[in-house]
Design a protein around this ligand. Structure first.
Ligand SMILES: [Ca+2]
Length: 503
C-alpha cells in the first residue's frame, strides 16, 4: 500500500509535459523523416552565459529551404517558435537580436526554435538576383516555405522530445512581418500566436511605387541629391520638423507621437543662399533640390495626375535616413532593396530591362498588384484564423522610413472594416504603433525607448487568455542615458501611447 501511494505521489510530481529530450542530439538526424529533408545534421552546442545548451539541427528542407533549428537540452517549455526572415532573405541569421527574425531570445526562453533562408541562398539579405527566372524560389519566398518549415520543425521537436509541441508561434519583422500576415491569411490553423513587426504589407507597392519613387526623386543626373554629405544636415532638418510636429501629440519632448497629424510648411525650413554648392554650405539650411527630395520622400509616390499611390516616410523618421539611404549606394540597404525589387523580384520577360529608373507610375503599380499578388499580404479576411482561435499582435515603428507604418494602419483599418469593427477585431488581433521607433530592432533609436517584449504579451494572450492592454518599452543599454523619455506604453490602435518623461 505504501509503495502504491509512493508511486502515486511520484507520478503526480512528474509534470504532465516532458521537458527533457527523449533522443540523443548527435543521432537525432538519423531518426528524422527523410522524406522531409535533403540534408540534415545535428550537434550539441554547450551552454554559454545565459544561453542554455541546445541541440543544433541544420540542413535543407525539401525542396530547397536552408534552416537552422535549436532545441534546448533542458528546460524545454513544450512549445515551438518559427522565425521569419528579413529583406529578400537568402541567409541564415538566427542570431539577429530581439524579436526581429532571430531565435536567440526564444531559445533562451526554452522554445524549440527554427530559422530559415525561405528557400534560396543569397549573398546578403538585400540580394535579389536569385529571383530572376526562378518561380519556385519566388513562391517559396512569398509564403510557401512557411508550412514546409513548420512541418519539418515540429517533426524535429517531436523526434527530440517525444511529443508534439503544444503552443506554436510565428514571429517576424519586415519581410518576416509580411510572412506573419500571410500565415494568418493562408495557413490559419498552424500557429496559436503570431507576432508581426513592421510588416511589408503590400510588397508590390513598397518595392515598386515607393521603391522607385525613393530612387528616382533623389537623382540629379547620376548622383544622389540626399547622400552621405547630407547626413550632417539631419540635426537641423530634425529640429525644423520637430518645431512643427512635436507638440501635436500634447508634449514637447522631441518625440513625434502623432506624425499623421502634422502638415509641414516647407517654407519654414531655411533655404541655402542661391549659387552656393550643396557640399560647401552650412549644415543649417537646405538647397532647393534637397528640400524638394525631402518633401517628395515625406509625401510618397504619386502618379502623373498627382494621385497618391502609397504612403511617404513619416515625419520623425529622418534620423534613420542615414542608415537606410544616405550611405554610399553600394552600402545603403534601403537603396539596394528598392533597386532589386523592380530589377529582379518583379522581373518579367514581357517587360525587359524593367527597373526603378524606368518605372511608370501610371501603369506599373496596378500591373505589379495584379501579376505579383501572391507577394502581397493585404487580404483583410482573417475569419479562418479567428475561427481557429489564433491571436495576433502587430506593431510598427512610427519613425520607420524603410517600411512605412501607413501600410500597417491601412491594413488594420481594412481588417476592422471587413470583420465587424475595431472592437471585434481586438478580440483576436491587436495593433501597436511605436513612436520614435525605426525599422525592427537592429538600429538603435536615438530618441525613444525601444526595449519591449511582444513574446511575453502573446504568451499571456494565447496561454492565459489575457489580451494585451499595453506593451511597455524602456530605454536599451545601446541608447545610454541621453533620452528625455524614460518609458512608453504602446496601447492598442487607435489609442495614443502613454509617454513617461524625465522631470
Ligand atoms: Ca511630442
Amino acid at each position: 500500500m505504501l509503495s502504491y501511494i509512493s508511486a502515486l505521489v511520484l507520478s503526480a510530481s512528474i509534470p504532465q509535459t516532458t521537458t527533457a529530450p527523449t533522443a540523443d542530439c548527435t543521432s537525432l538526424a538519423e531518426r528524422l523523416d527523410s522524406s522531409l529533408f535533403t540534408v540534415v545534421g545535428s550537434i550539441t552546442v554547450e551552454a554559454k552565459g545565459d544561453m542554455p545548451a541546445y541541440c543544433r539541427v541544420t540542413g535543407t528542407i525539401k525542396p530547397s529551404i536552408g534552416f537552422e533549428m535549436r532545441l534546448p537540452l533542458s528546460g524545454w517549455n513544450g512549445n515551438f517558435y518559427q522565425a521569419g526572415c528579413g529583406g529578400f532573405c537568402g541567409q541564415l541569421t538566427p542570431n539577429t537580436p530581439g524579436y526581429s527574425n532571430g531565435i536567440v531570445e526564444s531559445v533562451r526562453r526554452g522554445y524549440a526554435s527554427i530559422h530559415t533562408d525561405s528557400g534560396h541562398p543569397g549573398t546578403t539579405q538585400a540580394d535579389s538576383a536569385w529571383a530572376v527566372g526562378d518561380r519556385q524560389a519566388l513562391d517559396l519566398y512569398a509564403h510557401r516555405w512557411v508550412p514546409l518549415a513548420y512541418t519539418a520543425g515540429t517533426s524535429i521537436a517531436k523526434s527530440f522530445y517525444g511529443r508534439d509541441p503544444k503552443y506554436r508561434y510565428f514571429v517576424g519583422c519586415s519581410n518576416g512581418g509580411r510572412v506573419g500576415l500571410k500565415a494568418a491569411q493562408l495557413y490559419p490553423a498552424l500557429f496559436n500566436g503570431i507576432i508581426v513587426g513592421c510588416p511589408v504589407v503590400e510588397l508590390t507597392q513598397a518595392g515598386g511605387a515607393f521603391g522607385a519613387w525613393k530612387l528616382t526623386t533623389n537623382r540629379d543626373a547620376e548622383a544622389p541629391i540626399l547622400n552621405s554629405r547630407f547626413a550632417r544636415k539631419l540635426p537641423y532638418l530634425i529640429q525644423a520638423i520637430n518645431a512643427q510636429c512635436d507638440q501635436l501629440d500634447g508634449k514637447v519632448d522631441r518625440l513625434i507621437a502623432r506624425p499623421s497629424a502634422c502638415r509641414i510648411d516647407y517654407a519654414k525650413i531655411a533655404l541655402c543662399p542661391a549659387g552656393v554648392a550643396a557640399d560647401a554650405t552650412a549644415a543649417d539650411c537646405l538647397t532647393t533640390d534637397e528640400k524638394q527630395v525631402v518633401r517628395q520622400w515625406h509625401e510618397g509616390p504619386k502618379d502623373s495626375k498627382g494621385r497618391k499611390l502609397f504612403g511617404g516616410m513619416p515625419f520623425g523618421s529622418e534620423d534613420f535616413w542615414k542608415v537606410w539611404y544616405l550611405q554610399d549606394p553600394a552600402k545603403a540597404v534601403g537603396t539596394q532593396l528598392a533597386d532589386g525589387f523592380t530589377r529582379h523580384i518583379a522581373s518579367d520577360p514581357q517587360f525587359p530591362g524593367f527597373s526603378a529608373s524606368n518605372f511608370n507610375f501610371d501603369r506599373d503599380p496596378e500591373r505589379l498588384k495584379r501579376d505579383f499578388a501572391f507577394l502581397d499580404a493585404t487580404n483583410p479576411d482573417l475569419s479562418a484564423f479567428r475561427a481557429a482561435g489564433g491571436k495576433m499582435i502587430m506593431w510598427h515603428g512610427l519613425a520607420d522610413p524603410l517600411v512605412v507604418p501607413s501600410q500597417s494602419v491601412a491594413y488594420y483599418d481594412n481588417v476592422a472594416k471587413r470583420m465587424g469593427g475595431t472592437a471585434k477585431v481586438q478580440q483576436f488581433f491587436r495593433f501597436f504603433l511605436a513612436p520614435g521607433l525605426g525599422h525592427c530592432w537592429e538600429i538603435p533609436s536615438s530618441n525613444a525607448p525601444e526595449e519591449f517584449d511582444p513574446l511575453a504579451s502573446i504568451e499571456d494572450w494565447v496561454e492565459r487568455g489575457k489580451a494585451p492592454e499595453h506593451i511597455a518599452a524602456t530605454p536599451s543599454k545601446r541608447q545610454g542615458d541621453t533620452l528625455a523619455i524614460t518609458e512608453i506604453h504602446y496601447r492598442p490602435y487607435p489609442l495614443q501611447p502613454l509617454v513617461g518623461s524625465k522631470k
